[in-house]
Write a protein that binds this ligand. Structure first.
Ligand SMILES: *[C@@H]1O[C@H](CO)[C@@H](O)[C@H](O)[C@H]1NC(C)=O
Ligand SMILES: *[C@@H]1O[C@H](CO)[C@@H](O)[C@H](O)[C@H]1NC(C)=O
Ligand SMILES: *[C@@H]1O[C@H](CO)[C@@H](O)[C@H](O)[C@H]1NC(C)=O
Ligand SMILES: *[C@@H]1O[C@H](CO)[C@@H](O)[C@H](O)[C@H]1NC(C)=O
Length: 401
């Protein structure tokens, strides 16, 4: 009863906080109280945390069954994708149905260039983003084109979802919104405070039932990634991806070993927020802050000369390549071995962003970018992100950056 009553506000809360944690935690005061609400309710249920599962107890599993992993349906991802969070999201992005034609142009452009990899989620626009993608795919001219579209969606680990079957049900609902075809990549959007093992079972079930062609996670830290990878391996399923925040303004995964572990396990990394809310596009400078809530972040960032230094470095490189500053940020993420998924809401954005593939950064340029960016204090640290740190039942560390 209680949960049912709390559901709408929680759902809204989750959709706001979870899809862009850094935006919320650094921007608004109001979600703070909602966050506390959930954190409180989570920890009160959680006080009796039991059994502590360490990485070591999973280590034996992690490669024992490599040879039985079969991936009948190969997932081939392009070097860059398109994030579709803003598609259909009116809460944050001021989406309006009037925008649909522009979004269709984005879709068509990506398809024409064989970069039609779209990342969506059931939470984005409460299903609207998935529906739009499903509609656009159905409008493809040929079957060949339709088959070339790769759609990744996500299961939201909401607190009242506790069974593997909850994943399968959510997956079927996503599939339906996407037009009924199997989902190319189905990810767990963020760790739960509990039921994580049930979710792994759930994505594995969805895979075995042919509802999805590959499975992944998102916002998973090192220990959680190893554990999930091991559990899926036991069922002969490959963990394809971990979608994490990473950019020149958010280097934690490089520094805390997460990126290395993804490589070790051959888990592809999708890097979200590669342009850091627009602060890596070169649009903003000391005398030109973004309006709205992001102006506070700008204040914080520009207090520090090192951010301007980073922008100058990016500027020099972009000028040399006759490219945009955004492209420098995206190419940096690509050179780090990740697949960035910048959002795109119109043709100009998608064109300019995707054409970062026309050139690449030299080793020296990577070095100067790394040097400049490691001096900047980003505007968000992992501890400000609202994801559960631990599974309260197993003690498994779920999130670290
Ligand atoms: C697992 O990998 C480790 C290190 O790579 C190796 O020492 C060990 O023999 C492997 N175990 C199995 C069962 O293959
Ligand atoms: C599209 O790209 C994929 C890999 O990213 C490649 O396998 C495929 O052949 C390409 N298709 C076309 C029509 O270019
Ligand atoms: C800051 O950005 C504005 C708008 O893009 C631009 O006109 C101005 O020249 C920039 N100022 C500096 C110091 O780069
Ligand atoms: C790339 O896309 C982002 C939106 O994700 C946009 O803010 C930026 O302006 C685009 N870059 C260019 C050079 O158009």
């Amino acid at each position: 009863m209680l949960i049912a009553k709390a559901r709408p506000s929680l759902f809204l809360f989750a959709s706001i906080l979870v899809v862009d944690p850094h935006l919320c935690s650094s921007l608004s005061q109001s979600p703070r109280s909602r966050r506390d609400f959930v954190v409180d309710s989570v920890s009160s249920i959680a006080t009796a945390s039991t059994l502590s599962v360490t990485t070591a107890s999973y280590a034996g599993l992690s490669n024992a069954s490599d040879d039985i992993i079969s991936t009948p349906k190969q997932l081939t991802l392009p070097p860059i994708g398109v994030g579709a969070w803003a598609w259909g999201d009116s809460v944050f992005w001021g989406y309006d149905q009037k925008n649909d034609d522009e979004l269709k142009e984005v879709f068509d452009y990506a398809l024409k260039n064989n970069l039609s990899f779209f990342d969506t989620a059931e939470l984005y626009g409460f299903g609207r983003s998935e529906q739009l993608l499903g509609k656009f795919r159905a409008q493809c001219q040929t079957k060949e084109e339709e088959d070339r579209v790769i759609i990744a969606s996500k299961f939201a680990a909401l607190p009242w979802r506790t069974k593997s079957d909850d994943v399968v049900k959510a997956c079927k609902a996503s599939m339906k919104r996407l037009g009924g075809k199997p989902i190319d990549l189905y990810q767990i959007h963020f760790p739960g405070s509990w039921s994580n093992e049930e979710y792994w079972d759930g994505i594995a079930d969805a895979y075995e039932q042919g509802l999805v062609n590959a499975v992944g996670v998102s916002n998973y830290g090192v220990d959680a990634l190893r554990a999930c990878h091991a559990e899926l391996s036991r069922r002969g399923i490959k963990l394809a991806t971990n979608q994490i925040q990473m950019s020149l303004l958010y280097r934690w995964p490089l520094e805390n070993g997460l990126l290395d572990v993804c490589k070790e396990l051959d888990v592809k990394v999708l890097s979200y927020s590669p342009l850091a809310l627009g602060f890596l596009t070169g649009k903003y400078n000391k005398s030109n802050y973004p309006s709205g809530p992001r102006s506070k972040i700008a204040e914080q960032l520009f207090k520090d000369d090192s951010f301007e230094q980073l922008l100058m470095t990016m500027n020099e490189i972009s000028t040399k390549h006759e490219a945009s500053v955004s492209q420098v940020a995206l190419n940096w993420a690509i050179s780090k071995g990740t697949i960035p998924i910048p959002g795109a809401r119109n043709l100009k954005q998608v064109k300019q962003n995707l054409s970062c593939l026309d050139w690449s950064l030299s080793e020296d340029e990577m070095k100067s970018l790394d040097q400049a960016s490691s001096k900047v204090t980003g505007f968000i640290t992992p501890d400000k992100n609202p994801f559960p740190r631990k599974d309260v039942n197993t003690g498994l560390k779920m999130y670290d950056s």
